[in-house]
Design a protein around this ligand. Structure first.
Ligand code: ATP
Ligand code: BTN
Length: 317
């Protein structure tokens, strides 16, 4: 969708406009107008056609720039908004291409959505929100583990607000509802020496997926729809997330971030393990550097690598 499509939508939203008039306004042929109307219908717009011309009847549910822009009430984040109907991975696209700070890449579906450690992120078309944010700022690499926690915090706040559900943060990069994963984050950084060149913060959220659509991961995954029975407006939800993220990035405070993470931490006070490190103990919380503090037999120890996986120890019996 480009500027011309947006002008067509603006015009036919207000009045019935003939193909001839549109072709004059836009300086394109009538058949080009017709092709664009067809494409808009493919994008989910309902357009009435009669003798007098075209009239927009209903907007699209897709996360198109024209649809989401009214909700992006930000100063810089998402002003550059790139939309794909389908792409391999928004994170890969954002890493491989050069776009300015604050660019947001959104896709309706991903054919190779990625999680950590090469794992797959299942991106059911039109049901979730799959997005990557590009930041080009010189953030101290030592602060990155804490800075990265901004993303789950912002998304958690908005998901709680729109759904009324309690959303917990599973250190370091997942959101859980009722013991199941509802969102995941993949924060990738390009460093040159010790200087951060680019941060690509990707997030995948399960919003309107049905049980059938997540059937093969239903043991561990859920969506807002599965938990509430409601259908959620993805456009305003995405807009709210960008507003919340911009606010948090602009006023980033490591202390406040850690405090909030600890308030919403999943499994706090419970027995957990880190299988890769052969660690078992009680989860005490997240420390000032973004690491996870675990009380073990030989004392308290923090673990930092973002590649570690925290698991709950299932009680026997
Ligand atoms: P950890 O983050 O602790 O390592 P994890 O199993 O959540 O554990 P991640 O790499 O964070 O691993 O996330 C990728 C995993 O998420 C996949 O292995 C898959 O099990 C799960 N997954 C993939 N798509 C979805 C989805 N749409 N909703 C929920 N979970 C998903
Ligand atoms: C995880 O749970 O390990 C992270 C999942 C991150 C998925 C999002 S969807 C948008 C962005 N593009 C990707 O390929 N991955 C992230």
């Amino acid at each position: 969708m480009d500027r011309i499509d947006e002008i067509i939508l603006e015009r036919i939203k207000r009045d019935t406009v003939s193909g001839e008039e549109l072709s004059e306004i836009l300086g394109i042929s009538r058949s080009a107008v017709w092709k664009r109307i067809r494409k808009l219908e493919e994008y989910g717009y309902t357009i009435d056609r009669n003798r007098k011309g075209y009239r927009l009847k209903e907007g699209s549910d897709l996360l198109l720039p024209y649809e989401v822009r009214p909700y992006i009430k930000t100063n810089w984040l998402g002003k550059n908004y790139i939309f794909f109907e389908e792409i391999q991975s928004t994170n890969s696209f954002a890493r491989e291409n050069d776009y300015p700070d604050g660019t947001v890449v959104v896709a309706e579906s991903q054919t190779a959505g990625r999680g950590r450690k090469g794992r797959k992120w299942i991106s059911v078309p039109h049901r979730g929100i799959y997005a990557s944010i590009i930041l080009k700022r010189n953030i101290n690499p030592y602060v990155l583990p804490v800075f990265s926690l901004l993303f789950p915090l912002a998304v958690r706040n908005v998901l709680q607000e729109v759904s009324g559900l309690e959303v917990k943060i599973k250190w370091p990069n997942d959101l859980y509802v009722n013991g199941k994963k509802i969102a995941g984050f993949l924060i990738e950084t390009d460093l040159e020496g010790n200087t951060v060149q680019k941060i690509v913060a990707g997030f995948g959220m399960n919003i309107n997926q049905t049980e059938d659509e997540l059937s093969w991961i239903l043991d561990t995954a859920t969506s807002l729809h599965i938990e509430t029975g409601n259908i959620f407006d993805r456009k305003s939800t995405l807009g709210k997330i960008l507003v919340e993220l911009e606010k948090r990035i602009d006023s980033f405070s490591p202390e406040d971030t850690i405090r909030e993470i600890n308030e919403g931490l999943l499994w706090k006070g419970e027995e957990v393990c880190i299988p890769d490190e052969n660690v078992h103990g009680k989860l005490l919380g997240v420390d000032n550097y973004g690491g996870v503090k675990i009380l073990m037999e030989n004392g308290v120890k923090s673990f930092y690598s973002g590649d570690l996986s925290l698991r709950k120890v299932q009680k026997k019996g």
